[in-house]
Design a protein around this ligand. Structure first.
Ligand code: GLU
Length: 313
């Protein structure tokens, strides 16, 4: 067994025994009913090897991890003009916070808080029907993962809409500033469906490959985004991917990472690996408790880090 296979298996075994597993998100029934005992992990290396352990093949609700894919698509659609409508600073606030929007005139701090992702969804809606925008996100994620079986869970999307009062508030507030250009129900229809993407750790780690390969999908050899853009998406993930817990995540793992309230984390070690972990119990900031711990142990045992010195070419 290779070192990485042994490390991944060892971490999964340790996580099975963990007692402090956090609280499962309970704002919608499809998430509230998931057992906190679940844990999965998948590592795809730059050489294309795949290592999995635990519940790595079980689809879960990727929630805010979808913000990485929608941002990538929106940058492809409108390029750097996106940055006139969304900032690039860590918010230091909760994922669904509204407080900064008033003083910052309806421009969200970054694309990974809810307000920012709702603006990104609004950008993807331009010139399209909501179902077309949703279809293009699904198609994109399937192509990145190299897996046509990825689906959107309609039960989750409906539950998001029924309980999404804060997201409606955020969207309406930004519409008042002119930063949402479509009726909020239509923009949020796109946002709620992207949050409802269901993927396994294996599928998610595969979908993240372009971020470890400087923007290139290794399966097709085609460029998904330019190297500069891939590096910038990684930078945003590291600085903003865990809301007001982003500093703590970067400190503990040294990786770019994006979490979701479904308990998943997509993490990237550029040039080395794309990693997905899933454990539904969340810490008090809404990020996977064991997911972060597993990534911390993985980076300690492998030495992987964005800050790992590399030979100068
Ligand atoms: N659907 C969730 C919301 O919009 C996503 C939040 C998250 O995953 O952080 O509230």
């Amino acid at each position: 067994m290779s070192d990485i296979a042994a490390i991944v298996a060892e971490i999964a075994a340790e996580m099975r025994e963990a007692t402090e597993r956090g609280q499962v998100a309970d704002y919608i029934p499809p998430l509230a009913c998931i057992s906190p005992d679940r844990f999965g992990m998948a590592v795809v290396t730059a050489q294309g090897e795949v290592f999995t352990a635990g519940d790595a093949e079980e689809p879960f609700s990727i929630q805010s991890i979808s913000k990485v894919f929608s941002l990538t698509l929106a940058l492809g659609a409108v390029g750097d003009a996106l940055w006139r409508r969304v900032g690039r600073e860590p918010s230091g606030s909760a994922f669904n916070s509204i407080v900064q929007l008033e003083s910052e005139h309806g421009i969200p701090r970054n694309p990974f808080i809810n307000a920012g992702a709702i603006v990104v969804a609004d950008v993807l809606l331009s010139g399209h029907e909501p179902r077309e925008a949703i279809g293009s996100i699904l198609h994109f994620v399937r192509a990145l993962a190299g897996d046509e079986s990825v689906i959107i869970d309609e039960r989750v999307a409906n539950a998001e809409r029924e309980t999404g009062f804060r997201n409606f508030a955020l969207a309406n507030y930004m519409r008042a500033f002119g930063n949402i250009r479509h009726p909020v129900e239509r923009t949020l229809g796109v946002y709620f469906h992207q949050c409802a993407l269901a993927m396994s750790c294996r599928q998610l780690a595969m979908a993240g490959r372009f971020l470890m390969h400087d923007g290139r999908n290794p399966a097709t050899g085609l460029s998904v985004v330019s190297p500069r853009r891939a590096r910038r998406i990684n930078a945003l993930m590291m600085l903003c991917g865990h809301y007001d817990n982003s500093g703590e995540f970067a400190f503990r793992t040294g990786l770019a990472g994006k979490s979701g309230v479904g308990g998943g984390i997509l993490a990237v070690a550029p040039g080395i690996a794309s990693i997905a972990v899933w454990s539904p119990g969340l810490n008090d900031k809404g990020n996977s408790q064991l997911g972060a711990l597993a990534l911390e142990r993985l980076t300690q045992r492998t030495g992987w880090s964005v800050f790992q010195p590399r030979p100068v070419a």
